[in-house]
Ligand binder design. Structure first.
Ligand code: AMP
Length: 288
């Protein structure tokens, strides 16, 4: 018998996706969901591979959500590579690619109802990108209601996003299991990001400062918070084209900054601009 590999099916409307998934569910299939903004790379693929292990049907959404971009951010120039994305997702055995238009997701233009991320949503990424996390949580809520998956997968690369999504799912009793996948990196340590393609060769080298800062923070973790912050910040000392936005150490349970004498597991968050490109990264450490 010849095996026919059907391509991943691109579904542009909510009605159609719901009908297709209802059919698969009626046949007993479980569903795992990977929300993305496209321009897919190995970081996204790690989420998709894990999703394939978890469920019979994998849905990947590709939607550059205007609601989570500020007025001076890169919404218009954010990379859009739908054909290549769909080809890669077909190889990975994804059944449905939900790729709605902005008007499909926001038919009334401005949304009246939003999910708010609260105080933690105003810190770190939220301080630099006001409204970002409300926009992210709002679209994730909409997508979870549209797909109604058994499991949804997120990358540890966006640690604050993971914290806020997990808390929202708990706070609002959303019936979905959240699965987190470790950060995928280039061999030299740079965390994969769709925005890395903005970097020219010199900036690509400079971008390593973020992962170097995390490595330095990790190496200093036995000596306490002050050392971690000093060593992490020192990594940014000798790069003119890299501007540190924040380097903070937070408690994974609350996502608030740890106390000066904190011990135990903590998360180091770092954000910096390399030229016009804003990059983030994080690492888990044990403060001693
Ligand atoms: P994005 O397309 O940037 O919105 O990312 C979609 C999902 O992929 C999010 O859950 C991200 O955290 C995750 N992701 C992005 N980059 C990586 C990476 N380098 N490693 C693991 N997950 C990632």
């Amino acid at each position: 018998m010849t095996e026919v590999t059907a391509g991943a099916r691109v579904v542009p409307t909510i009605v159609e996706l719901r009908a297709l998934l209802a059919e698969r569910r009626a046949g007993g299939a479980s569903v795992a969901f990977v929300p993305t903004m496209g321009a897919l790379h190995e970081g996204h693929f790690a989420l998709v591979r894990r999703a394939r292990e978890l469920a019979d049907v994998v849905v990947v959404s590709i939607f550059v959500n205007p609601l989570q971009f500020g007025p001076n951010e890169d919404l218009d120039r954010y990379p859009r590579t739908l054909d290549a994305d769909v080809a890669a997702l077909t190889e990975l055995g994804v059944e449905f690619v939900f790729a709605p238009s902005v008007s499909e997701m926001y038919p009334d233009g401005e949304v009246g109802t939003r999910v708010t991320a609260g105080h933690v949503g105003s810190l770190y990424e939220g301080a630099s990108r006001p409204g970002h996390f409300d926009g992210m949580l709002t679209v994730v809520t909409k997508l979870l209601h549209i797909v109604a998956p058994d499991a949804a997968l997120f990358g540890q690369k966006d640690a604050q996003q993971v914290f806020l999504v997990r808390r929202m799912v708990r706070d609002l009793n959303l019936p979905v299991a959240i699965e987190v996948v470790p950060t995928v990196r280039e061999p030299d340590g740079l965390a994969l990001s769709s925005r890395n393609r903005y970097l020219d060769p010199a900036q690509r080298v400079a971008a390593l400062t973020l992962s170097e800062a995390l490595r330095a923070a990790h190496a200093a973790s036995g000596d306490g918070l002050a050392e971690v912050l000093a060593e992490g910040a020192a990594a940014f000392g000798d790069h003119d084209d890299v501007t540190l936005d924040y380097l903070v150490v937070v408690d994974p349970a609350t996502f608030l900054p740890v106390a000066d004498d904190a011990r135990g597991e903590a998360v180091v968050l770092v954000a910096a601009s390399v030229g016009a490109t804003r990059l983030i990264d994080n690492a888990t450490i044990t403060l001693g």
